[in-house]
Design a protein around this ligand. Structure first.
Ligand code: GRF
Length: 197
């Protein structure tokens, strides 16, 4: 059984997609052992608690320095003996020590077709604003391994989504989530759990 930890900052719809996929058998051989958020108000923590999954808040604000926070985050993930760390809308830079220790065991979901609209400054709605501004007809989502760069690690899965006339960043964000993110994140976890990556 692949032991998975999910790191989140917000609503946690991607986390929900993963939990639902475990329930329905779309993800085989994996269990979410812990959900960690930097944000005490993250609804994702509630989603975890209501499923009886450990929900932990580690806010950088409660530590004297970023180094102390980074150490605490690594200690916490180590505590659960995780095989895979899933960044599902986690808006905190992953400490270098964690990337080294969990090489090829941390994955991230990004709401564009990398290498478009990724890297520094491209997160949340900003990604979709940029896609609309450029006038692309296709966008999508990418699941990739996390390395030292920003959205630069090896790509695991991508799925394209159409941009439609009249789209706002919010409408496009929702379509990308529904048609791509909530599908390819569970699929990537299933593939990793079953040796297909
Ligand atoms: C998603 O768009 C994900 O791609 C991103 O942050 C958002 C998280 O949404 N990087 P949620 O918390 O899973 O609802």
């Amino acid at each position: 059984m692949l032991r998975v930890g999910v790191l989140v900052s917000g609503g946690g719809t991607n986390l929900q997609a993963v939990l639902d996929a475990i329930d329905s058998g779309k993800i085989r051989g994996a269990a979410v052992e812990v959900v960690i958020s930097n944000n005490p108000g993250a609804y994702a923590l509630e989603r975890a608690r209501s499923r009886g999954i450990e929900a932990v808040c580690l806010s950088p604000k409660s530590f004297d320095s970023r180094e102390k926070f980074n150490e605490a985050l690594l200690e916490k993930t180590d505590e659960y003996n995780l095989d895979l760390i899933v960044l599902a809308g986690f808006l905190v830079t992953i400490p270098a020590a964690m990337i080294q220790k969990y090489r090829n065991r941390i994955i991230n979901i990004h709401p564009s077709l990398i290498p478009s609209f990724c890297g520094v400054g491209y997160y949340g709605l900003k990604v979709h604003e940029a896609a609309l501004k450029r006038g692309v007809k296709l966008t999508g989502a990418t699941v990739h391994f996390v390395d030292e760069g920003m959205d630069s690690g090896p790509i695991i899965l991508q799925k394209a989504v159409e941009v439609l006339p009249g789209d706002t960043p919010e409408i496009l964000q929702r379509r990308v989530m529904e048609e791509a993110e909530w599908k390819i994140l569970p699929e990537a976890i299933d593939r990793i759990a079953n040796g297909a990556v």
